[in-house]
Design a protein around this ligand. Structure first.
Ligand code: 5GP
Length: 131
């Protein structure tokens, strides 16, 4: 069965898309830990990030870097934090979080409460800066 992220890529489930190319897709996390919290995934399903072959993993990081540059330009932050866990959704993903301090990377606290309109506006701002 397709993962929820494959269904997002296929357009079967809505998301706030940030960027895409032939191989990778970036969209806002549904339960953001930080404003602009984005997930970067390979379009082709693979569960574990480190099962991706080296050349593709390199391309994925280069794509994530472009997303991070767009986040830096669109969201006030000191830098973009990176996290990989992958215990909830079995489809490899890199979390990219615009942060000002270490405690902004708190995955275990209360999530942000943002409306669909706010999420759409944030995604639009990042999308506009994506090169
Ligand atoms: P992890 O697998 O890295 O522990 O966490 C999975 C992440 O995917 C979580 O931050 C969760 O909020 C996000 N997530 C789970 N389901 C969906 C979904 O349907 N849409 C979006 N945009 N994000 C999701």
């Amino acid at each position: 069965m397709a993962t929820i992220f494959s269904r997002i890529v296929a357009g079967e489930i809505p998301c706030h898309k940030v960027a895409e190319d032939e191989e990778f897709f970036a969209f806002l996390d549904i339960n953001p830990v930080a404003v602009g919290h984005t997930l970067v995934i390979p379009k082709a399903e693979v569960d574990y990030l480190f099962d991706i072959d080296d050349p593709k993993l390199g391309r994925m990081m280069a794509f994530a870097k472009r997303v991070a540059r767009a986040q830096e330009a669109a969201i006030p932050c000191k830098r973009v934090g990176v996290a990989v866990m992958g215990l909830e959704v079995p489809h490899a993903h890199i979390h990219l979080l615009p942060i000002a301090k270490e405690s902004d990377m708190n995955f275990f606290g209360k999530k942000l409460s943002l409306s669909q309109e706010e999420l759409a506006e944030i995604a639009c701002r990042i999308r506009e800066k994506f090169e």
